[in-house]
Design a protein around this ligand. Sequence first.
Ligand SMILES: [Zn+2]
Length: 371
Amino acid sequence: MQRKYLLLPLLLLLAACSPNTPPLTNSTLSNDEPVVRKHPKNIILMIGDGMGLTQITAGLYKNGNKLNLEKFPIVGLQKSYSGDNLVTDSAAGATAFSAGVKTYNGAIGVRMDSTAVKTILEEAEERGMATGMIATSTIVHATPAAFIAHVKSRNDYEDIAADFLKTNIDFFVGGGKSYFDKRKDGRDLIGELRSKNYFVSSTDEEDLTKVAVDFNRNFAFFTADADPAPVSKGRDYLTPATKLATLFLEKKSDKGFFLMVEGSQIDWGGHGNNSDYIISEMIDFDKAIGAALDFAKEDGETLIVITADHETGGYAINTGSTMDNIIPGFTTKSHTAVLIPVFAYGPGSELFGGIYENTAIYDKMRLAFGF
Ligand SMILES: [Zn+2]
């Protein structure tokens, strides 16, 4: 017992001596965490990749000064830094949400020491709940990957795709079909999915909105061989996929569901320092938020949590701008470390006010579910 008391000042001293190394935090729930008034049956976690406050603001003004995000009664802020960098990447950011650990940039569902850490999607599955993911990037890209795969590097796309087969995820929609059927190891993951009772289709074969959905099978739909197009070049599936996912997952299990929806390309607009790209992707993401909100209002048992992994671009709205004409500024082509907003609606939403670590998103979702 004595040893613990000696360790604490030593740890504090170490933390104070290394300002570039953020302290590792696993337990991010404070002792005075509010009690959940009513547990949600379902959680929809929506991640706008690279969606900082300026991205939201620019989308809001260019959308006629309104966004569905304004309908969320609870707003908080989270600290996005990773286990090895004040400026996180999407892999470490998503692993914080999916598994509650601060890990190194590039890590997919693994801790600082590269060991696998169980994700909330896997925990939901173990409890017999339905699970789903939607992305406007490839489905093996860092954000969705961190909920389902456990690999040392976000670039191991084929390994990430193979990890989908180790789960029973009920529903997924996104790009990256080639990581499933044109692989270096020769495996045909599409065939393997079908033999696991998945319905598998793609935009090459049919329109997502016209698919005859079989609720007795799992559902996989590929929106591109590689990266899906930007919304400005005709991509329009995020809202219909979100609607379909909620209907599908609700039917799939009477124990509830966990759904992750990513607006992936807000980040890519930021990397390109392209304000119009950011804004069109932000507005597209907000439409999907509207669809999720319609479901949650009707359902009454669904918690929606919306946040971002980090901000991208050091994006600013400069002097001389009007609501119709945003004059952008950027400080970087990379990510930044600003605090990131969190929006919550539905049973359990009261947990999400205040300022907390990004890992607390995971802790709070588990608390809300009653895990
Ligand atoms: Zn990025």
